[in-house]
Ligand binder design. Structure first.
Ligand SMILES: Cc1ncc(COP(=O)(O)O)c(C=O)c1O
Length: 393
């Protein structure tokens, strides 16, 4: 049995496409076409060229010696923070805009939490000369305002969303509403491995370049193409899916994912979906959702705008249900401490999202000879104010 998607768009019992009638045709067309487009020679040529010359791939696999010493194993950092626009998100937006163009769409919409996906979408829209509208919760507009200014400079319209607690879930609701009103000309570039099939699989495939590079780079550095551990943070799950894609069915590799504990899993202020979620439907997919007894979604909380989401990708829900992945909640204060630790040990300021993956390191027990690959999904420039507010050192 594979942990990748099946023909019907499911990962075990999770996934599928639960969409309103008005979107059936768009989603169906995408389901019918995405693999043909992605696997075509012309797509691969343009996508690979842009990843190399525009994004700056391959991203380095960096042996972090001082961090390794601290945790008693050999830690490599996969440096997605060094990509153009500062995170892994652009691997996906470049691919999706090429697919949108192929399907004849002229208008792009997106949701964003941390603003990284919004910036990556606005960037490729500028590049391809397409109209761009980005929905962003009003809370996130405030805490990630540098990214808001970047999106505007790139020519995107940023729409602040004031429903719910004004974060990623609410931005996604609004983007889906827009899509329902403009199903013919508009392509929805979803920023994570969430949403109706084929989005989780399409985004995973576009991010799988991370895992493809890890294999080649490990082979060069270690003489074997697999690590003992792969680690990444999970919001919706795209950097994690990209990190594990080519090792997902290789049992020699342990998968460790960090989700946002917020102020603590039992504090009522958390986004730890695997720890607390029950099966439900959110944004078109069956997955774990943090919800009350009546099935109402509970407002999530995390210091990290990119992890502040009450759902999780169906791939990751299944990995956890099947015990293929260990999912560890990392609280705000643990993530901030880990972000400072990386900064002082290695001179790398990580995004607060990525700092959650680092915050899982102290919760692990490693052997000296273990090879650990941890993905630094983004850079911390957008988070400086938050880091400095909670100054630790
Ligand atoms: C730098 C960074 N890392 C991680 C995430 C979480 O998203 P995902 O789980 O899809 O990788 C985000 C989301 O905005 C992000 O900006």
């Amino acid at each position: 049995m594979s942990f990748l998607v099946d023909k019907e768009g499911y990962y075990g019992e999770f996934g599928g496409a639960y969409v309103p009638e008005i979107l059936h045709k768009c989603v169906y067309d995408l389901q019918q076409n995405y693999l043909t487009v992605i696997e075509s020679e012309s797509f691969q040529k343009e996508y690979r060229q842009l990843l190399r010359d525009y994004v700056g791939r391959p991203s380095p696999l960096y042996h972090a010696k001082r961090l390794s010493e601290r945790y008693g194993c050999k830690i490599y950092l996969k440096r997605e923070d060094l990509n153009h626009t500062g995170a892994h998100k652009i691997n996906n937006t470049i691919g999706q805009i090429l697919i949108a163009r192929h399907l004849g769409k002229t208008r792009i919409i997106a949701e964003t939490g941390a603003g990284q996906h919004g910036v990556a979408t606005a960037t490729v829209c500028a590049l391809m000369n397409m109209q761009c509208v980005v929905y962003m919760g009003a809370t996130d507009v405030k805490r990630q305002h540098v990214n808001v200014e970047k999106m505007k400079m790139l020519g995107a319209e940023v729409v602040p969303v004031t429903s719910g607690n004004m974060t990623l879930k609410d931005a996604t609701n609004e983007a889906i509403r827009d899509w329902c009103c403009h199903p013919t000309d508009t392509f929805y570039i979803i920023g994570s491995t969430v949403g109706p099939h084929p989005y989780p699989d399409m985004v995973s495939r576009l991010q799988s370049v991370i895992s493809e590079e890890i294999k080649t780079q490990l082979q060069e550095k270690e003489g074997r193409d697999y690590p003992d551990y792969l680690m990444a943070c999970v919001g919706g799950g795209s950097n994690a899916a990209g990190t594990i894609y080519h090792h997902i069915d290789d049992k020699r590799v342990k998968i460790v994912l960090a989700e946002a504990g917020g102020e603590g899993v039992d504090s009522g202020k958390t986004a730890a979906t695997i720890a607390l979620g029950k099966t439900g439907i959110i944004h078109g997919a069956k997955t774990y959702v943090i919800q009350d007894e009546d099935g109402q979604i509970v407002e999530p909380y995390s210091i990290s705008a990119g992890l502040d989401y009450p759902g999780i990708g169906p791939m990751h829900a299944n990995l956890s249900a099947q015990q293929r992945a260990q999912v560890i909640p990392v609280n705000d204060n643990e993530a901030i401490a880990a972000g400072y630790e990386l900064t002082r040990l290695e001179g790398i300021i990580p995004a607060i999202e990525s700092a959650h993956a680092l915050g899982a390191l102290p919760k692990m027990t490693f052997k000296q000879e273990d090879i650990v690959v941890l993905t630094v999904s983004g850079r911390g420039d957008k988070d400086l104010e938050t880091y400095l507010k909670i100054k630790q050192i």
